[in-house]
Design a protein around this ligand. Structure first.
Ligand SMILES: C[S@@+](CC[C@H](N)C(=O)[O-])C[C@H]1O[C@@H](n2cnc3c(N)ncnc32)[C@H](O)[C@@H]1O
Length: 205
């Protein structure tokens, strides 16, 4: 069933951005999967956010895609200097620089000092830190705001029924705790969806 549903979905982005994503993917740069990207764009179009926060800019492809689906602004955080600089070039090339505030550094540190409220948060940074970021993200999210987190099923390893290589034990345990924490939080309506590498969508009540 997964392969069938995956085959139906085509990323709703420009041909130029598709080509860019393919080049990055081929060279090992992380970009969100097509089917997950479309789920993200559906959520962005439904919410039509004025202020988006993204943790994990990478080369800016997901940021450009989100900005093409709404009229809002993007604040985006990235710790890798090469990725940060590529993203800066890409935001300029796609004509969205004026709508972007880029931060370079560790997301945990930036989040602690960022005094702003958002109505959409795309969590796509270091997977082992989602749990640690969650309390801060919760306070930064406006009422009615959407938290969208990618890779929450992490290659299928997060499902307690499955086995995983020992080296992923920390990330798997923390991701399970993150999912439990958000889905138990009565301030949110949450859904964990088996699309791509697994997404969590939660709306703050
Ligand atoms: C999955 S990639 C993001 C992909 C991007 N959102 C896209 O779809 O085009 C995760 C990014 O998080 C960045 N990252 C890792 N640890 C981080 C940290 N502590 N603070 C900020 N960014 C971090 C990585 O350098 C990487 O570029």
């Amino acid at each position: 069933m997964g392969e069938y549903t995956k085959s139906l979905v085509k990323a709703d982005i420009s041909e130029e951005l598709k080509k860019k994503r393919e080049l990055y993917r081929a060279s090992g740069v992380p970009v969100i999967l097509d089917e997950s990207l479309n789920a993200l764009l559906v959520a962005v179009r439904m919410k039509n956010p004025a202020e988006i926060l993204e943790i994990g800019t990478a080369t800016g492809c997901s940021g450009v895609a989100m900005l093409s689906a709404c009229g809002g602004r993007l604040t985006t955080l990235e710790t890798d200097s090469d990725a940060y600089l590529s993203a800066r070039d890409n935001f300029a090339a796609f004509g969205v620089s004026q709508r972007v505030s880029q931060y370079y550094g560790d997301a945990g540190e930036i989040l602690a000092s960022l005094d702003k409220t958002f109505d959409f948060i795309f969590l796509d940074g270091p997977k082992a830190h989602y749990l640690e970021y969650f309390p801060r993200l919760k306070t930064m999210l406006a009422k009615g705001g959407v938290l969208f987190a990618d890779n929450v099923l992490f290659r299928g390893y997060v499902d307690p029924a499955g086995k995983f290589p020992r080296r992923f034990i920390t990330i798997v345990k923390r991701m399970r705790k993150f999912l439990q924490t958000v889905t138990d939080d009565t301030d949110f309506t949450s859904s964990v969806i088996e699309v791509g590498d697994g997404i969590l969508v939660a709306v703050k009540k």
